[in-house]
Ligand binder design. Sequence first.
Ligand code: ATR
Length: 274
Amino acid sequence: MTTPDHYAVFGHPIAHSKSPRIHQMFARQLGDEIIYTAQDVPPDCFVVAVRSFQAGGGKGLNCTVPLKELAFRLADQLSSRAELSGAVNTLMWRETQLFGDNTDGVGLLRDLTTNLGLTLKQRRILILGAGGAVRGILGPILMQQPSQIVIANRTLSRAEELAQRFGHLGRLSTTNFINLAGSQFDLIINATAAGLKGETPPLPEGLVAAGGCCYDLMYGDQPTPFVRWGEAQGAKLSTDGLGMLVEQAAEAYLLWRGTRPETKEIITQLRHSK
Ligand code: ATR
């Protein structure tokens, strides 16, 4: 009898991760047998934990907050999208080499375009926040050729750093929240950590254009503060990042095992079993 391939998600904290459940749903759908565990790994234990997972026969890893930059630095080889974002959420061993990829951006794009039916080309997009999460998604969004991307952040200098880093891919402008007053956007993406404290960034009224949408990278069992903000502002659609979570997982599964699971049904099941 062969032992099932072992995968894991490392993060800190990790207790509430939905990744083990999602990957087991993928495996069941595809008739695969896998082991997928969640491991609490503080940043200073990361390298040792990766090596010991490998020594135990582990095949692939997901890395989440706050380990994505460490995973980027540890990888021997990087996909071009990981290279661009400076962060890695998926690791696998190719022979003896540790390969790092970033499936967050493509996961978001897939949720926005395939699942939610949104078009980004020629649209005005506002991104709230300028941390690691934004670095993962900016490249794929820019490639959709929106007419405008504004990055708004509490600390303006962090937004400016991102505009410099990604400026060769398209035009990016930066601002703080107050100066957004009077602007309108077709899509507003929240990538700040404000929701962790039950808050939304201090945004002026009237930012959502007629027919505009709001998307929160965070997700929760209840609507997030930003999803509620979007609804109150009259967005046509205001949704959390559960779909992105499933889509980035499906991309990781594809990388590891060569088959992409069907995600639609799984997103629906997860939504209804919160
Ligand atoms: P992540 O990797 O999840 O992006 P991060 O790098 O710590 O985490 O970035 C968190 C982001 O949320 C930053 O843009 C941060 O703003 P600053 O750069 O000014 O710190 C933003 N953020 C956190 N709490 C916030 C709050 N209460 N209101 C608005 N923005 C907030």
